[in-house]
Design a protein around this ligand. Structure first.
Ligand SMILES: [Zn+2]
Ligand SMILES: [Zn+2]
Length: 261
């Protein structure tokens, strides 16, 4: 009984906390806390300038920004010597400076109110011409679906929310896309950030499975999937997830993240 009550109470307390945070930070810049101008959203113009949007030229496979001359289509050294299971990955911004701080605060300090800004940074990926038809499908069955990279239940309890779920929610709001929680994380893995590249791959092997729910499986079969996360680093996690989704019948898996590490 107490457990059931807690299940309903915790989200209520959470949303009250978020509403309160919204009041505490009414129209202040998320970067420097100065007052925002009327036209500014989330960040003042000076802080906006500290974000680094990823534009071409970039690696057409993993979305790594590249400064210099090159002949497209370009593939970088991170992914030219290995097989990634997704079609391609695209991030909105480079994970440096302010962007890196924002993601960190969102994920590890529970600054939930940053979800709108990070959702906007994620939505920037949809400017990529390869994703021009996202959100335009007249036939619902033909539309792309969002799949969040899942957290292990234990990690979810520690963090209280899955940042990828929140980012999906933002895209549903802005682009009307449907989220399907099609993946489960079955192993509690060590944090990827602490591992080198080969350790990351080993650490993740078999860590994800497709949802046992038939409805969620059906919603993936024959569909184009946008796999959503906050950050892409080596792409190992995304690749494992993409493999599981492809085996479940997804036609295409494209990874979109707010930032690229
Ligand atoms: Zn600012
Ligand atoms: Zn690459």
């Amino acid at each position: 009984m107490i457990k059931t009550a807690a299940k309903f109470l915790i989200p209520a307390v959470q949303s009250a906390k978020n509403a309160l945070l919204g009041l505490v930070y009414p129209r202040a810049c998320y970067g420097c806390e100065s007052n925002l101008e009327e036209d500014d959203n989330y960040l003042c113009s000076d802080c906006r300038k500290q974000l680094h949007p990823i534009r071409r030229p970039l690696c057409e496979v993993c979305g790594q920004a590249y400064s210099g001359e090159l002949t497209p289509p370009f593939q970088c050294s991170n992914c030219s010597d290995r097989i990634l299971q997704f079609d391609f990955a695209r991030a909105g911004y480079q994970s440096k400076g302010l962007a890196r701080v924002l993601v960190h605060r969102f994920k590890y300090n529970g600054h939930f109110f940053l979800s709108g800004l990070l959702g906007e940074m994620l939505a920037a990926t949809l400017q990529d011409p390869r994703l021009a038809d996202v959100g335009s499908g007249e036939d619902e069955d033909d539309e792309w679906v969002l799949v969040p990279v899942p957290l292990h239940p234990k990690r979810l309890r520690e963090r209280e929310f899955n940042q990828a779920d929140e980012l999906c929610r933002q895209l549903t709001r802005s682009h009307g896309l449907k989220t399907v929680n099609a993946l489960r994380r079955t192993r509690y893995t060590r944090r990827q950030a602490m591992l080198d590249r080969s350790e990351r791959l080993k650490n993740l092997r078999g860590a994800f499975v497709i949802s046992p729910r038939i409805r969620q499986r059906k919603e993936i079969h024959g569909r184009r999937v946008l796999l959503v996360d906050d950050v892409l680093t080596t792409g190992a996690t995304a690749s494992e997830c993409a493999q599981v989704l492809s085996e479940a019948g997804a036609l295409k898996v494209v990874v979109i993240t707010a930032v690229r590490g």
